[in-house]
Design a protein around this ligand. Structure first.
Ligand code: 13P
Length: 270
């Protein structure tokens, strides 16, 4: 039985006061939830504030990105160790808003720091390794562009991203990963992917994990859907066998709507 996850990706929203208020609101609504894992991913500047706010609750903390080096001259970057020190247990990796030109940067460019700081399939894999080595659970994103969907390339694009993120990860590492399917065209657009189609792609992702890592790790992999998840569409998404939760942007910025999503995740286990 896979435990559902409802993760709020606050993106570049909430200064410290706003983060405190939002965390307090989520805490009041869902602080003691046990049947689903609730994760808040505020911007890095608010991690410590949110960590203090959710102390003594069941809510978990996540970062939105990391850099794979432990320390050094990497202006603006944050290491896995720094996220751990802020109380993070999770970290989002490879979100489409961070994938350089949506993951199409040529590996030949990777010598260039500008390209390194734009995620590619290869840098996503390095970040996954760094997160796992430090003891963080990565929530690793994949998803196709609208043009790729229209060209019938969805499964090929997503499968390649999943194979790349899993490359060289040992069984223990895979067991600590979460995969988020986020079709790029559904993010922040209000255009949710039809639940059946989202469930189908998440099932295809599970098949790719099975081919790469075997049936047991595939069966246990928590696979989330992200892209315009809202209280009025969450039930249909959570009803899909291969969808184990949501990675939520806009609707995670209000305690009421995020609370409703958490309740739907809890209801899906009964
Ligand atoms: P929205 O829920 O705002 O579409 O964002 C989804 C997302 O990108 C979560 O990581």
């Amino acid at each position: 039985m896979r435990k559902p996850i409802m993760a709020g990706n606050w993106k570049m929203n909430c200064d410290n006061d706003e983060a405190q208020a939002l965390a307090d609101g989520v805490l009041a609504r869902a602080g003691q939830v046990e049947d689903a894992t609730v994760i808040l991913c505020p911007p890095a500047t608010a991690l410590t504030t949110v960590h203090a706010a959710i102390a003594n609750s069941n809510i978990k903390l996540g970062g939105q990105n990391l850099f794979w080096e432990e320390a050094g001259a990497f202006t603006g970057e944050i290491s896995a160790k720094m996220l751990l020190a802020c109380g993070c247990e999770y970290v989002i990796i490879g979100h489409s808003e961070r994938r350089g030109r949506f993951g199409t940067v040529d590996e030949a460019d990777a010598e260039d720091l500008a390209a390194i700081f734009s995620d590619t399939d290869a840098t996503v894999n390095r970040k996954v390794r760094a997160a796992l080595a430090a003891g963080l659970r990565p929530i690793v994103c994949c998803g196709e562009l609208l043009s790729e969907r229209q060209a019938g390339k969805t499964d090929g694009v997503v499968a390649a991203q999943v194979r790349a993120m899993l490359d060289g990860i040992d069984d223990e590492g895979v067991a600590n990963m979460v995969i988020a399917y986020e079709p790029v065209w559904a993010i922040g657009t209000g255009e949710v992917c039809d639940a059946d189609e989202a469930g189908r792609v998440c099932g295809m992702i599970r098949d790719v994990v099975e081919q790469a890592c075997g049936p047991e790790l595939a069966e246990d992999m928590q696979i989330l859907y992200g892209g315009s998840v809202k209280p009025d569409n969450v039930e249909g998404l959570m009803a899909m066998t291969d969808i184990d939760g949501g990675l939520v942007g806009g609707a995670s910025l209000k305690a009421d709507s995020f609370g409703a999503l958490i309740e739907a995740a809890v209801a899906s286990v009964r």
